[in-house]
Design a protein around this ligand. Structure first.
Ligand SMILES: [Zn+2]
Length: 268
């Protein structure tokens, strides 16, 4: 059994079908990311409705994340609706011609912090938008230190800036150790991006420096679909982690499932 923290949903996805595909892959939980509908406040609300509907058949296994676009005038209300009214479990954001550290977004982060929900940020090179990669450098997420009750994960080990991502995690850990924040806030979403010949090196460095407790498996797979990429990715990672770089099965199991539960559990 494993979990996947990074699966995208098209609007026509059906929760019962997703559950069947998960069962076929022996997947316990899936973080399902709302469709990217960020053109207007109305679209954003529609995206929240869609992901809530998809996750309704089993919210314990279908973990709905709202796609929040903080440049929209209603972004704070979108967060409130997604969490309080629709019961979604977290937030997804991709910086698209805005920087994560801009103070104009602080009210959005404050609302997310108040509601104690985690954020999954895109980080690293971005193939999906036109020219947005430069907004997604890992160090820009150091701003989360101002919101110490938000847990956040940087997707794709921020490839190609994997060293920078791992360093930011070290910086966030140090902030907790020195008492600047009460707890270590950051997780690393291992979703590919990394070509396989980079991957063993990136995972090894992350495991050595940050430890197995902070890595969370993800795949960037899509539904509707058979979750083939997710299933292939977890098997490839098992081989890399347990055989190529020689970490224990226990460490692998943390990455494969346990750490997602920790990421989703709010700070006290
Ligand atoms: Zn993605």
């Amino acid at each position: 059994m494993y979990s996947d923290c990074h699966i995208h949903c098209r609007p026509d996805a059906d929760g019962d079908e997703v559950l069947k595909a998960m069962d076929a892959r022996e997947m316990g939980k899936a973080v399902l990311i709302a469709p990217q509908m960020t053109g207007s406040n109305e679209e954003a609300m529609e995206s929240i409705d869609i992901i809530a509907r998809i996750c309704a058949p089993d919210p314990e296994r279908l973990i709905g994340f709202a796609w929040i676009e903080p440049t929209l005038s209603g972004a704070v209300e979108h967060v409130e609706c997604a969490i309080n009214e629709k019961g979604l479990k977290g937030i997804k954001m991709i910086p698209d011609h805005w920087y994560p550290y801009e103070e104009r977004f602080f009210p959005v982060y404050e609302k997310i912090e108040e509601l104690r929900k985690p954020i999954l940020f895109h980080s690293g090179i971005l193939f999906g938008n036109l020219d947005s990669s430069r907004f997604c450098r890992p160090v820009f997420y150091e701003v989360m230190i101002h919101f110490p009750r938000i847990k956040f994960a940087l997707a794709h080990i921020s490839w190609p800036w994997t060293d920078e991502c791992i360093a930011v995690a070290g910086r966030m850990r140090a902030a907790a150790q020195r008492g600047a924040v009460p707890q270590m806030q950051m997780y690393i979403d291992t979703t590919r991006g990394t070509p396989d010949f980079y991957r063993a090196d990136a995972l090894d460095k992350a495991l050595k420096y940050i430890g197995a407790e902070r890595l969370v498996y993800g795949s960037d797979d899509r539904v509707p679909g058979a979750l083939t990429a997710s299933g292939r990715g977890i098997e490839a990672d098992r081989e890399i982690v347990c055989t190529q770089i020689c970490y224990s099965r226990d460490d692998f199991q943390k990455i494969a499932s346990k750490n997602l539960d920790d990421f989703l559990t709010p700070f006290d």
